[in-house]
Design a protein around this ligand. Sequence first.
Ligand code: PBG
Length: 339
Amino acid sequence: MSLTAWPVQAPYPMMRHRRLRQAIWIRDLVAQSHLSPQNLIWPVFVVEGNRQEQPVVSLPGINRMSIDVLLKRAEEAHQLGINLIALFPVIDLALKTPDGREALRPDNLVCRAIQALKQNLPGLGVMADAALDPFTSHGHDGVLHEDGRILNDETVQILQQQALLQAQAGADVISPSDSMDGRIGAIRQILEEHGLTDKIILSYAVKYASGFFGPFRDAVGSSVSLGKAGKHTYQLDFRNSDEALREVAADLSEGADIVMVKPGMPYLDIVHRVKSAFGVPTFAYQVSGEYAMMKTAGLAGYLDYDMVMMESLMSFRRAGADAILTYAAVEIAKRLQKG
Ligand code: PBG
């Protein structure tokens, strides 16, 4: 309903907007948006080794973890009410190749992490990315042709195999973040063919070519490989929003269960449009650059980190996001538990 169609409100002083803001009990009663740990998904960086907790310089407070540490942290997160974690492997440079073939080794780091998590914490959802960037020597999400193009259909074939491996390792949710065309249908098909009918596909349907991914690329070590090359030939142009709806429509028709918008805060208009147009589960990713801005400004004393993080997460919920991937998931879940 548009504002003009509303019944006329009583004028001041019969109507005083501040009546409903006078104390916390009434503000809580009329609050329209809510945030709980169940709305949060925690992205984590996994490294080889034992007892590894390596700080990511551009993401203060975030560590790359070896699998043994991850199991402990994931259990804590689950106890706090977080139901899904998203895995991003940090692959040894020596294993990176132009075709990212390490992604298809059944015993690679991400598959081992999935297995360990599902064995130890079967009730915690595990999500694995279908994309090649952690595995390619050039840092792109797909296969790079010598003429500089990223090859769509060749990449989709590899992604299909990667997704199948991750699903067979036990991943509950497959999240293609690569932005190739046709990959949702291809992945859905191969999962069905293998009887993996309950695997959820969370499509990064709307992923913009963004500068806000910078710290993530440091964390997984793809920024060195990528250099100045951008991902503009496959990720969306941030001047557009109709394109986002076409991407979502395509992915839903190919069998996606959930769609995601990424980055988050500069794209809340897109979250709102997607949720209003399709009414499907719509997630948003508060990406590394967004977390880094708030965290570093907080550490410098320029703003109150807890306050702005909570405010930003609530704005995702207000825009229509059902769940949010955020590096602050554990911190915020702890805060929400305290009340
Ligand atoms: C790539 C991928 C990226 C992120 C998640 N998966 C970065 C990119 O496209 O280069 C970014 C997440 C973040 O910035 O937090 N498949």
